[in-house]
Design a protein around this ligand. Sequence first.
Ligand code: TXA
Ligand code: MG
Length: 330
Amino acid sequence: MILSGGDPDALARAAGVLASGGLVAFPTETVYGLGARADDDAAVAAIFAVKGRPADHPLIVHVASRAHATHFAARLPDAAQRLMATLWPGPLTLIVPRAPDVATAAAGGHASIGLRCPAHPVAQALLAAAQRLGVPGIAAPSANRFGRISPTRAVHVAAEFGESLLVLDGGACEVGIESAIVDCTQGRLVLLRPGALTRSQIEAAAGQALHDRDAGSARAPGTLELHYAPRARLRLMSREALQAALQVLGPATSGVAVYSRTALEALQLQDGLNPRFRAMPDNAAAAGQELFAALRELDEPGVNLIWVESPPDTPEWEGVRDRLQRAAAA
Ligand code: TXA
Ligand code: MG
């Protein structure tokens, strides 16, 4: 059931469910999370079961503040501390060495742990209420079934998991794509997943260069394989390729949806062509905010192909580009 995240009774109820080992979905500024208390391996196991996620795929642990990170971390490297000081709360997950015997199931058995302090007021209120009941942090992946599109609205979560799950409604997520993930365990910083924060924002806060993952960097399960996929086949195309493809297709466009920064008229279609069309915002932040909701809407029964105009090749679009490339890898 969906309850308002602004309602103190709903928050108290959700905190109670978490404290007693149950699952609650809650909003963050990136996407909705499916949470369990991070210190309860059985509660965390229920997340893996409900999502259909392999048990060695580590979860992110959400904490109320920088101070709470120390409960889960064996140590906080200097660069991680600088990133926390500048960019927390916010859409940034830090991989740090895990404290021994803490949150083992949440970490998927790995020696490291992903920590994030979310900025969304409902997430903050839930963390505080759960904390008062003795919950040190909330392990939460995105609240979608494994491999599917992350939810950015409470109704998306209910559509994935049904009525029995308690979902706190915090409105539409402001960022809309998942947090950037920075691995701080390698002695240098490695970007495992781009997000809405740009590389230069992260580098400025860390006072260090940010490296790309390479064969030597730890594999982050879930960051390599297909992810974020709609049911329909998604293809990324340049404006020219999109235009040509639509013209070749002729009027038989019923199974095609188009998501493009270029207006349909500007694609110079012949008369009678009318694919399902949605305009992509021209700026990266707005495009990220609506991306997953837009893909869900375009991914209707009857739509077999979603053709998306490639986003610009500029730094602020990296997170959106990454999610679309993964969706296109299906
Ligand atoms: O914005 C977000 O990060 C959202 C919200 C709910 O916080 N969460 C999220 O979680 O996207 P999830 O589970 O869908 O993606 C987390 C990613 C996975 O690819 C996982 O492999 C990686 O983080 N990850 C978590 N802990 C890790 C660790 N210790 N080492 C390497 N990768 C890790
Ligand atoms: Mg996910």
